[in-house]
Design a protein around this ligand. Structure first.
Ligand SMILES: Nc1ncnc2c1ncn2[C@@H]1O[C@H](COP(=O)(O)OP(=O)(O)OP(=O)(O)O)[C@@H](O)[C@H]1O
Ligand SMILES: [Mg+2]
Length: 423
């Protein structure tokens, strides 16, 4: 069993590298102890996608080096987040015959998943995840753990996540360049959900949106199963860009004003409140109307919420989300997102962040922020992947070549979803 789990979250604005040790608590449940964390400002990444490999590689190197230094050991493999508008998802079905004498075996499940994953993809797209959503055994639907059930036919409803091979390869190169193998590429909203969703939310039906700097990543969970994912090209950088245009100031000034004075509730701000910032290296600071700043931010944030509403509607699951929407990612910290979300979407909205309740000790205060939901979630994903080796109730065959990309270090994503319920 792997004892060290590492995560590299390569975002549009920051790269975060984490290393943790896997152990068991007194009840035998897996836990993590954080050994090191490292960060660097992103370079060569646009809207979640590597657009300049040498620059992005250097940023990854900085974050990894800082993490290794703190942990006092080398990073050898890592779970790496992936996002970007090149990601496509779809649901698919697979079937496998079952030998009634033996009951359902891991091999049958593998064959059914293989069938579901054998979808025709456009050229230059490859499968990143094939995730089992529901199993059906001889017509009995929503079986959670079919192994050992006596039957003649096994069906799986699976969620297929694919991405551009070019984007995948560029991302992987930035990690391999440091001698680090990729355990698995993990779709960022899947990682983020591990860190911020409560088990009861996932059971009832919930949408989670990781609003970062360049992308907002949506995932929907109902009955504990992933139903839908989509990556949207919008994030905190869009808010700062709008502000830069509206105030005729550089992006950096707008970003600074947004972080220090931004809010999505302009009506609560006195019309004559002014704030100050330097512009284009001028000697004296310039004054700005804080209410105007917040009106600009509110207009874009409203558009972002409406887009999320549209995507929820298009997914067909809008009416099945009693637990509402959980917002996370750095951008969700802008005051007023919950109020705006409730008003636009007419559903419960809360901000989600990694908390002390997670089975990870040693998380710094910095990491207990929505900004690090994906980074911390990648560690949890890695830990649960490891659980496969401990809790697996059956032997699965080696992975079929079609599902094993050349860069994949150790395990493949679908295997983790053959596990018993992890909550
Ligand atoms: N306190 C805050 N208030 C408002 N916005 C914030 C705050 N802190 C960070 N942000 C914004 O969050 C964004 C960065 O979020 P995050 O670190 O989650 O993105 P990322 O992972 O680098 O990017 P992505 O996931 O989109 O590729 C930036 O636009 C930043 O301005
Ligand atoms: Mg991110």
């Amino acid at each position: 069993m792997q004892e060290i789990v590492c995560a590299i979250d390569i975002g549009t604005t920051k790269v975060c590298a984490l290393m943790a040790e896997v152990s068991h608590d007194s009840l035998g449940k897996l836990t993590l102890r954080l050994l090191g964390e490292g960060q660097a400002s992103s370079r060569g990444i646009r809207r979640g996608v590597v657009v300049n490999v040498p620059e992005a590689t250097a940023a990854v190197g900085e974050a990894v080096e800082a993490c290794e230094k703190e942990a006092g050991r080398q990073m050898l493999t890592a779970y790496v987040g992936i996002a970007g508008s090149h990601i496509a998802t779809r649901n698919s079905k697979g079937v496998s015959p079952v030998d009634r004498k033996n009951g359902v075996t891991g091999h049958d499940m593998q064959r059914a998943l293989e069938g579901a994953g054998a979808v025709a993809l456009p050229e230059n797209q490859e499968v990143i995840h094939t995730i089992a959503r529901h199993w059906t055994v001889d017509g009995e639907t929503e079986v959670q753990q079919p192994v050992g059930m006596s039957a003649i036919r096994l069906e799986v409803d699976a969620h297929i996540v694919s991405g551009s091979s070019t984007a995948v390869n560029n991302l992987v190169q930035c990690v391999l360049a440091h001698g680090i193998d990729v355990d698995e590429l993990v779709l960022e909203p899947l990682a983020a959900n591990e860190a911020v969703l409560k088990p009861e939310e996932r059971r009832m039906g919930v949408a989670v949106v990781d609003m970062g700097g360049g992308t907002s990543d949506l995932a929907i969970f109902i009955d504990n199963a992933l139903c839908h994912t989509i990556i949207m090209d919008m994030g905190g950088n869009h808010l700062s860009n709008d502000l830069a245009y509206a105030l005729h100031c550089p992006f950096e000034t707008a970003e600074d004003l947004k972080l220090r004075h931004g809010s999505l509730l302009p009506a609560r701000i006195a019309p004559d409140e002014t704030v100050w910032a330097t512009v284009f290296g001028e000697k004296n600071e310039r004054s700005f109307s804080r209410r105007f700043i917040c009106e600009v931010l509110e207009a874009r944030a409203m558009e972002m919420m409406e887009k999320i509403g549209e995507k929820l509607e298009e997914s067909g699951y809008l009416q099945r989300l009693p637990a509402g929407l959980v917002l996370t990612g750095g951008c969700s910290q802008l005051p007023g997102f919950t109020e705006l979300g409730r008003e636009v979407l007419n559903m419960p909205v809360r901000i989600g962040a990694p908390t002390a309740r997670l089975p990870i000790s040693g998380l710094s205060r910095t990491l207990l922020s929505p900004t690090y939901a994906t980074s911390v979630g990648l560690l949890l994903w890695g830990m649960n992947e490891d659980a496969r080796a401990v809790h697996r109730r059956f032997e699965a065959d080696p992975l079929p070549t079609a599902l094993t990309p050349s860069w994949l270090g150790k395990t493949a994503s679908w295997l983790k979803h053959l596990l018993p319920d992890r909550n």
